[in-house]
Write a protein that binds this ligand. Structure first.
Ligand SMILES: NC(=O)c1ccc[n+]([C@@H]2O[C@H](COP(=O)([O-])OP(=O)(O)OC[C@H]3O[C@@H](n4cnc5c(N)ncnc54)[C@H](O)[C@@H]3O)[C@@H](O)[C@H]2O)c1
Length: 423
């Protein structure tokens, strides 16, 4: 008897009904996942292209606030789809303006919404996409203030078992980083007493020009604006704080911090440097420093874990290794043996140790959709976002802040503009 007949016979005998995968998972397991990109900028384009090239996802719909961004996205993805032998994007599935996200999530032709808008909008867009029953790939951070993270946790409760939601912490999926994280968590360093983290990036470049309205200029240069981005700690340095939380298996309990705007003079209120001392359970400290200014090509990010029995280096670029009682090193053709200064990639698609991070993240996520083994990463995304908010709050208040105080503080940011003007 072949396997199919055996399954049918035994299922009938046992009175079980065989359920088609499409019914079980609310999704046709063998068909392409139809992706709708919300926010056709740098990162959105890079991630959706990676989905198209590395998974069964087909980019079928686009949405953006601005016509030029939408047009560029359409041109790019029509080329990507053509190269892959897939259909071009139907004009009817391109949406522009402040209600574009609502039209996108309402589309019956889309299974997965990729949220790649500026951070201020993530939770609002997540709410709409989850309510529409879509799978969601949401960029970090999950919220720019505590109020938004509370809303996100409520949304997390409404995610159905058939829906999958991932958050854009692709560094966890980088093979060398995943491998050393396993070693550290398995006790490879003994007791971790100190972690040092750093994120030093060049200044972000101006978008648009002064002929734009003040609000449009601000929205296009959201990276310079604390309410829109969350500031550099919450928006960009978050990858390093996330890796620390993930590897230590907890969030910080308190923080003291300093920092400011020592170099940048352009429009905006984001700081250009932070120094934070985070205390984790067990009195483990993360001493973190970041900077974001200059145009001299320096980029470095990573962590060093100092334990009672060994020390581990976890950089974006450079050797991923443990020295001490249980030495180990990531072995791969081309693996770095000496410290390297990496190249900054504004779209997050770094080379070196993060080369396969996006590819593997996207594959794992699509697999969660097609297999029906759904993810719901909202709560862990919130935990990391809050960890960064803790450091930001300590810096802004110039004193120690505990996790509990942060949660009850009531800090919240408002958009300060009406999006209808872009209709
Ligand atoms: N995971 C990573 O490594 C990584 C790397 C870079 C950026 N990011 C994140 O990706 C997101 C996008 O960053 P980016 O560099 O692509 O920015 P970007 O400015 O290049 O693109 C943002 C796009 O969103 C559009 N937009 C703005 N507000 C909108 C709204 N309310 N509705 C619809 N569209 C809107 C803009 O017109 C623009 O096309 C950010 O959240 C950022 O933090 C993540």
């Amino acid at each position: 008897m072949d396997r199919r007949k055996f399954v049918q016979t035994t299922a009938a005998a046992s009175g079980l009904l065989l359920v088609k995968p499409s019914t079980a998972f609310g999704y046709q397991a063998n068909s392409a996942v139809r992706l709708g990109l919300l926010g056709c900028g740098n990162r959105g384009t890079s991630v959706a292209t990676s989905f198209a090239e590395n998974t069964s996802a087909h980019v079928v719909a686009l949405a953006d606030m601005f016509a030029d961004q939408l047009a560029e996205g359409k041109k790019h993805f029509d080329e990507v789809n053509s190269k892959l032998g897939k259909a071009a994007i139907d004009e009817k599935l391109t949406f522009r303006g402040p209600h574009a996200y609502e039209q996108l999530v309402a589309s019956k032709d889309v299974d997965l919404i990729q949220i790649s808008t500026p951070p201020f909008f993530h939770v609002h867009h997540l709410e709409a996409a989850v309510a529409a029953g879509k799978h969601v790939y949401c960029e970090k951070p999950v919220g720019i203030d505590v109020a938004q993270t509370k809303q996100a946790l409520e949304i997390a409760k409404r995610v159905k078992p058939t829906q999958s939601v991932d958050v854009g912490f692709q560094c966890r999926n980088a093979p060398p980083i995943a491998a050393i994280a396993d070693k550290i968590r398995a006790g490879g360093l003994g007791k971790t007493a100190l972690v040092m983290g750093f994120y030093n990036a060049p200044a972000s470049l101006e978008k648009g020009n002064s002929s734009m309205s003040k609000d449009e200029y601000r929205l296009r240069n959201w990276l310079w604006d604390r309410a829109l981005s969350g500031d550099i700690l919450v928006e960009q340095n978050i990858h390093i704080i996330d890796l620390c939380n993930w590897i230590l298996g907890s969030h910080p309990l308190k923080a003291i911090a300093s920092g400011g705007r020592n170099v940048l003079t352009h429009f905006g209120d984001c700081w250009d440097n932070y120094q934070v001392d985070f205390t984790y359970p067990g009195d483990t400290h993360l001493s973190f420093a970041s900077s974001q200014f200059g145009a001299y090509g320096v980029f470095q990010a990573g962590l060093s874990f100092f334990g009672s029995e060994g020390m581990a280096t976890v950089p974006y670029a450079g050797p991923v290794q443990i020295v001490g009682e249980k030495p180990w090193a990531w072995q791969e053709e081309g693996a770095a043996t000496a410290p390297v200064n990496g190249k900054f990639a504004a779209n997050g698609a770094f080379e070196d140790n993060l080369k396969y991070a996006d590819r593997d993240k996207e594959r794992t996520f699509v697999e969660s959709i097609t297999s029906g083994k759904s993810h719901n990463e909202i709560a862990s995304g919130v935990e990391t976002a809050r960890s960064c908010m803790l450091g930001r709050m300590a810096g802004l208040l110039r004193r120690e802040v505990t996790w509990e105080e942060m949660l009850t503080h009531g800090e919240s940011y408002s958009l300060g503009m009406k999006l209808e003007q872009f209709a």
